[in-house]
Design a protein around this ligand. Structure first.
Ligand SMILES: Cc1cc2nc3c(=O)[nH]c(=O)nc-3n(C[C@H](O)[C@H](O)[C@H](O)COP(=O)(O)O)c2cc1C
Length: 182
């Protein structure tokens, strides 16, 4: 029997920063590594959000958000955004986060992200202490020159994969190709 927390064997995981619009009219940011694409048609992405978080309260208030893929050099920022609640501090002001307008939703994206999804709450599934928010993707933005049809060019950019605590990993840019099937 594995003695650690069971989910650690499914890390490291790509981390997104969820930007939400909150009841006080402000914006909030929360990193989330428990995220996954769900379906292609409709295009959906799910994020497990703790019900005690301010982000949860903000998503109950305003049903649109952006899911931002930060660069690896934002690992400090990502960790800090996940170490304090928007109930206590204005994270945009406190951490000097640069924001840029979205196309389809009234919630900005992170200006320095590598990519961002503009999303709307599609379904909610209550599981234990979290709400699994299944978001419908309304639009996708990618920084210029960092990705093609196969995804990011990891020779040019990298993303923070969350291990545990303060530990993040990078993607090794050298792919391991499986043998072709006959
Ligand atoms: C790298 C990282 C990944 C995290 N992933 C999740 C996650 O997937 N779901 C979640 O509910 N909390 C996650 N957290 C914790 C929240 O980000 C943290 O509780 C945050 O302070 C909540 O902020 P809020 O109250 O402003 O919404 C993560 C934290 C870090 C540092």
């Amino acid at each position: 029997m594995y003695q650690g927390k069971f989910y650690r064997l499914l890390h490291p995981r790509p981390t997104v920063v969820v930007v939400t619009r909150c009841p006080n009219g402000g914006l909030n940011l929360m990193p989330a590594s428990w995220n996954t694409p769900v379906s292609e048609d409709p295009p959906t992405v799910a994020v497990a959000v703790d019900r005690g978080s301010y982000t949860h309260e903000c998503l109950q208030h305003h049903r649109y958000a952006t899911l931002n893929v930060p660069p690896i050099d934002a690992a400090d920022l990502v960790y800090r955004l996940g170490s304090v609640s928007g109930r206590e501090v204005d994270k945009v002001a406190q951490f000097g986060v640069r924001l840029a307008p979205s196309q389809k939703v009234d919630v900005p994206r992170m200006a320095d992200a590598l990519a961002a999804y503009e999303v709307e709450v599609y379904k909610e599934v209550e599981v234990g202490e979290v709400t699994l928010y299944i978001f419908r993707v309304l639009d996708t933005w990618v920084a210029s020159g960092v990705a093609d049809q196969w995804g990011f060019d990891f020779k040019k950019v990298n993303i923070p994969l969350h291990g545990a605590g303060r530990a993040f990993y990078k993607v090794d840019p050298r792919p391991v190709y499986a043998k072709k099937t006959t």
